[in-house]
Ligand binder design. Structure first.
Ligand code: CP
Ligand code: NVA
Length: 319
């Protein structure tokens, strides 16, 4: 049966560990002869702009030996020129994989429901699972993916936060969100993450309380794609939720600063912090490539390198 990657729920801790092992192997031992997508193609549907997600998928698919076909909303008119269902069925007959960034989360769910090939969520208004898996891999490389490391997210309870919460329902972490009351994460996702009783999850109003002794400070834009009409209200609501040098002083001295990018200097983060010595934003961006290649190989369950080979390598990475 085909497997989708629409959200992190449904993926076990062991399965995520396997994806991380493969990501590490792909990152540190790139082998030109590892081409599990040889003779295969992927359709990349993008209803919204993208730099990292588009390029990392396109390059990653090419490195795995496959072809990527980029389809903008302008080209295909999903839900307008034709139904999501028809597009899913047609694309499944030409391709081995569908990767989709859509406005509404239900569009990716509908693509998955009607396609006979795996569908990967490349961001929706609700979730950004590829981003969070790559971020978790980045923290794992730094020895900070554990319940003992405090991840403080400062800002909007948006798609990125929702995916962090989904991860918290599978992998033990300590996640503290500081957000205005009006901009909380999805209540169902929060409820499920808390009910899993796997992670320590806190929601506070005060950014300084969240940042206290944090091992990681994470932020994202105040105005996500599709919310441009709310800019004025959001700028006012988030003015006390900026990651800056003063906030960083509250955190652990070795605190790492993360941002999924694109960043808006002077809004959710200051330039000195984004570009400073605590920042690992470019590591995060690079890891999108390695982790997404691993997700694809995992979903297609083909051409996997020897498991022991990957485990051995993973142990080396973890020291
Ligand atoms: N972080 C991220 O998804 O970036 P893009 O929107 O540029 O793809
Ligand atoms: N929350 C942001 C993430 C961008 C990668 C957005 O949806 O625009």
């Amino acid at each position: 049966m085909k497997r989708d990657f629409v959200s992190l729920t449904g993926f076990s801790k062991d399965e995520i560990s396997e994806i991380f092992e493969l990501s590490g192997w792909l990152k540190e031992q790139p082998r030109p002869d590892y081409r599990p997508l040889a003779g295969k193609s992927a359709a990349l549907i993008f209803e919204k702009p993208s730099l990292r997600t588009h390029v990392s998928f396109q390059v990653g698919i090419s490195q795995l030996g496959g072809d990527a076909i980029f389809l903008s909303q302008e080209n295909i008119g999903l839900s307008m020129r034709e139904s999501v269902r028809d597009a899913a069925e047609v694309l499944s007959r030409y391709n081995d994989l569908i990767i989709a960034r859509t406005m509404a989360h239900r569009t990716v769910e509908e693509l998955a429901a009607h396609s006979s090939v795996p569908v990967i969520n490349a961001l929706t208004d609700r979730l950004h699972p590829c981003q969070i898996l790559a971020d978790a891999f980045t923290l794992r490389e730094r020895g900070l993916l554990s319940e003992g490391a405090k991840i403080a997210f400062i800002g909007d309870g948006n798609n990125v936060v929702n995916s962090w919460l989904e991860l918290a329902g599978v992998i033990p972490i300590h996640f503290v969100l500081a957000c205005p009351e009006k901009y909380q994460p999805d209540p169902d996702i929060l409820m499920l993450a808390k009910a899993a009783k796997i992670s320590r999850i806190e929601i506070v109003r005060d950014a300084y309380a969240a940042a206290e002794d944090a091992d990681v400070l994470y932020t994202d834009v105040w105005v996500s794609m599709g919310q441009e009409g709310e800019r004025c209200a959001r700028e006012a609501a988030f003015k006390n939720y900026q990651v800056n040098a003063k906030l960083l002083r509250e955190a652990s001295p070795r605190c790492l600063v993360m941002h999924c990018l694109p960043a808006h200097r002077g809004e959710e983060i200051t330039a000195d912090v984004l570009e400073g010595e605590h920042s690992i934003v470019m590591e995060q961006a690079e890891n999108r490539l390695h982790v997404q290649k691993a997700i694809i190989a995992h979903l297609l369950e083909e051409g996997q390198p020897e498991r022991e080979d990957r485990r051995t390598f993973s142990r080396v990475l973890e020291g």
